[in-house]
Design a protein around this ligand. Structure first.
Ligand code: Z16
Length: 830
């Protein structure tokens, strides 16, 4: 009641006990030592690097909690409209360094840690990556959280707390990828999360749904599972605002599943894939394919149901009518994975809140937004109707009841079949992209070209149906905090010194990098710029040396391709190009070789465990590397490395060291790409196709600063048609490539027959157009060699590239979502 005295007891005693963020070195070291003593129950004499990291992390955690708490209370009191980012993946990486930088406490912690006898860099290395994502989509979600907090926007993330993140990749001596589980929580306490064992919801599966009069239904029986919240603190850059990422963990409701048991459904009660704890046990490692696995659908529903229950409860706390729900809540669907949010919100509104169907549909379609991340057909999610009916009987009824399309085009049967939420076949399937597209306010793609392809190909009918204005573009972005300030501290310091502003200013207003442009003409500045690139190369070489025991030639040009292995991303094109280069070097005289610029080619990336061709590509890279690196004729001029177990942390070492990076997808297949932005922000030049965000990067930095090659998107369809109906043998079409393929087939890299299935994807069908693009690819790499000869001009290109990358800050992207989609505003925590 309002009459209660607060605080209880003596106010001055309370005030005395309150602690604020520790900003001076003595209080920081005191806090660390306290955590060693009590939280860790250890002492100075038995403290190793891991223990010192844990104590320092707990000390930072205390600071984050203060800011996080103030932020949540402030939001609750001000009741602003909030946005919720629903993503099945958040690829956060490490937190310690990021938190220190965002809090502006890194220098103080470094000094304190040094005083305690430890080395900051060693402690940073102790932290395990939080790798709850596959690749671009999951890392984008993490960048958007960083930007939301930094721009002081009231945004929460919702995801799953997987026990196992993306698998750890081992590479056998033969070059085979082996997968090992990633028990990232096994070390005990995770300092960056707050278990909220009191915040729980029940989530139902299976059972029966009986229709009631008035459009409602009663869903009962089946299996009930508990969702438990874990809150991950997301600090903003130089602001008190610290947002929340709520991850759900599944737990049996009563230890044993009585509900299923009582319903006589004994199998469901005991089957391991249906056990409650299994739901959030593992991240699915497929990035561009849908498998129709029941457990995956359970994950999707478990997470959307818990998140929506939480969102609705928070809305009910402010006691407004449900018609105002869209004025307080915006929900962004990251891909189709959370599409069940649409029928689930309908279920809550119609069945539980007793809102008429039409009004409920208005609420849903004004609250939900959908981002598409791919046009690849194999990635578009579909779920078998029988599975849906079994697992989510009420949602299936709701999906059948959504009949908006039929009303507008009565009788146009072809169109209705194309647009239907249900695809005919055996079995019938629910098309999640269609559901996601109908049940919302705005649909967007992630780069200009991609958004245009969404409008003109996969969702064309829906544009005609709902009008163009619903379909738009938000070009992806990356957080400059992690992807410049954190991973490239020397470059960040040089920029701060040169721009003569506090780094928090340009880091949160990245267009300010433009002010670097005149310095491209300044020889002293260029020297500093190049020296930093060189030291970053040495840092990478040191990393490779200590982790793999290999020596890297740091006088060479560093050429990097790091991303998930996929045919459309064409790592195969890259390794075939490397082999072509090797063959050319072998033919040269010693005198000719002297003129060649040395090159080191780095690959890293994981293949989906069931993706046979992608795994063969890894094998080819590893074995080609083994032969090429051992050849005394060429090894000063060309070496190749496949770095195992690619991760956010490895990217942070690789990206600042690149001279060039490769983004060479078949035109029209890479929705955006985001690592292209990271490399360019760090002054690496881009070699790429006219695809995804490469196009906008070239527009921003100038086409003379990128190396483009290959056929354009409009040509792709025709070329594929020719491959099918007028195939030309590789020998005729591209002799240089044919020669490379022959050498591999001939056993130059061992394993005579193993590569045939991979090579045959090129010889037959060549869906990703390697034979069409190979010559122009080699041409682009020759241009790179030529350009590199003029060192000063190269450094100018590098500086101009960084200077023009302001647009690609995820701050710009998240502000576009906030302003044009969600209608939310910054709210500063005092
Ligand atoms: C993913 O990482 C992406 C798309 C997708 O359908 C599934 C996954 Cl796991 C990627 C796109 O391939 C990439 O082009 C884009 O930059 C990224 O999503 C973020 O939008």
């Amino acid at each position: 009641s309002g009459k209660e005295k607060w605080p209880r007891g003596d106010e001055s005693v309370w005030k005395e006990g309150l602690r604020s963020v520790n900003t001076d070195v003595p209080s920081i070291t005191k806090s660390i030592v306290n955590h060693v003593q009590t939280s860790l129950a250890r002492q100075a004499y038995n403290l190793d690097d891991l223990g010192a990291y844990q104590a320092a992390a707990l000390s930072v955690r205390d600071d984050l909690i203060l800011n996080w708490n103030d932020t949540q209370i402030h939001y609750t009191q001000k009741t602003p409209k909030r946005a919720y980012y629903l993503s099945l993946e958040f690829l956060m990486g490490r937190t310690f360094d990021n938190a220190l930088l965002n809090l502006g406490l890194k220098d103080q912690y470094r000094e304190g840690i040094t005083k305690l006898g430890f080395n900051m860099e060693d402690l940073l290395e102790q932290e395990r990556d939080a790798a709850l994502g596959n690749g671009g989509l999951g890392r984008l979600a993490a960048c958007y959280l960083d930007s939301s907090a930094s721009q002081e926007l009231p945004v929460w993330g919702y995801g799953l707390r997987y026990q196992y993140g993306i698998f750890q990749q081992l590479i056998s001596p033969e070059g085979q990828q082996l997968e090992q589980p990633d028990p990232w929580l096994a070390g005990g306490e995770n300092p960056w999360e707050l278990p909220r064992l009191d915040v729980t919801y029940e989530v139902r599966f299976y059972g029966t749904a009986d229709r009631l009069p008035g459009g409602r239904a009663l869903w009962q029986g089946g299996q009930e599972v508990l969702a438990v919240a874990y809150d991950v603190m997301v600090p903003g850059c130089y602001t008190k605002n610290t947002n929340n990422l709520r991850l759900w963990e599944s737990k049996p409701k009563r230890g044993f599943d009585l509900n299923s048991f009582n319903a006589g459904d004994y199998e469901h009660a005991v089957e391991s894939s249906n056990s409650a704890a299994a739901i959030t046990s593992v991240l699915y490692p497929n990035d561009h394919t849908t498998f129709g696995k029941e457990l995956r659908l359970k994950q999707q529903y478990f997470w959307t149901a818990a998140s929506l229950a939480d969102i609705v409860r928070r809305f009910k706390n402010i006691a407004k009518p449900f018609s105002e729900f869209p004025d307080y809540v915006a929900i962004q669907l990251n891909d189709t994975h959370p599409t069940l949010a649409i029928p689930e919100l309908m279920r809550i509104l119609v069945d539980e809140e007793e809102i008429p169907w039409g009004k409920a549909w208005d609420i849903v379609t004004n609250t939900v937004f959908y981002t598409n991340h791919t046009v690849l057909p194999e990635a578009l999610e579909k779920w078998p109707v029988p599975l849906m009916e079994h697992l989510l009987p009420r949602h299936m009824q709701i999906i059948y009841d959504i009949v908006t399309v039929e009303k507008k085009f009565p009788g146009d049967r072809d169109r209705l079949a194309r647009m239907s939420l249900i695809e005919e076949g055996f079995p019938k399937q629910v098309r999640m992209a269609h559901l996601a597209c109908i049940g919302n306010r705005k649909v967007n793609g992630v780069a200009e070209l991609h958004s245009e392809l969404v409008r003109t190909t996969i969702l064309k009918d829906f544009v005609e149906f709902e009008g163009l204005s619903k379909f738009s573009n938000v070009t992806n972005g990356i957080t400059p905090r992690r992807w410049l300030d954190q991973c490239n501290p020397e470059l960040s310091a040089l920029i701060t010194k040169t721009l003569k502003v506090d780094k928090s200013v340009w880091l949160k207003d990245l267009e300010r990098l433009k002010e670097l442009l005149p310095y491209a003409e300044d020889a002293a500045f260029r020297k500093e710029w190049a020296a930093i690139k060189q030291r970053n190369k040495e840092r990478l070489a040191h990393h490779v040396e200590t982790t793999l025991g290999l020596t890297v030639n740091t006088n060479a040009m560093f050429d990097v391709q790091i991303k998930r292995l996929h045919e459309y991303k064409r790592q195969t094109l890259n390794i075939l190009g490397v082999i072509h280069r090797y063959l050319k070097l072998k033919q040269m005289s010693a005198a000719e070789r002297k003129k060649v610029n040395p090159r080191v080619v780095f690959f890293a990336g994981k293949a989906a465990p069931g993706y046979y061709i992608a795994k063969l590509t890894i094998r080819l890279i590893v074995n080609a590397a083994r032969i090429i690196n051992a050849d005394p004729d060429t090894r000063d001029l060309l070496t190749v490395y496949f770095l195992p177990d690619y991760s956010v942390s490895l990217a942070e070492v690789l990206i600042p060291s690149s001279d060039i990076s490769q983004h060479i997808s078949t035109a029209g297949t890479e929705a955006s790409g985001t690592s292209n932005m990271k490399f360019c922000l760090n002054g690496g030049l881009l070699v790429g196709t006219v695809d995804g965000a490469n196009i906008e990067i070239a527009e921003a930095v100038g086409e003379n600063n990128v190396f483009f090659f290959g056929h354009l998107t409009p040509a792709v369809e025709d070329l594929r048609y020719q491959h099918m109906y007028r195939p030309v043998p590789v020998e005729e079409k591209c002799p240089a490539l044919a020669n490379v393929l022959d050498k591999i087939s001939g056993g130059m890299f061992g394993d005579r027959e193993v590569y045939e299935p991979l090579l045959n994807t090129i010889r037959q069908g060549d869906f990703y157009l390697l034979t069409d693009d190979f010559d122009s690819y080699i041409g682009a790499l020759d241009m790179v060699d030529k350009a590199y000869l003029d060192k000063e001009e190269w450094i100018k290109k590098s500086i101009r590239t960084t200077a023009n990358m302001g647009k690609f800050s995820s701050d710009r992207a998240i502000l576009e979502y906030a302003e044009s989609f969600w209608s939310i505003e910054p709210i500063k925590v005092p």
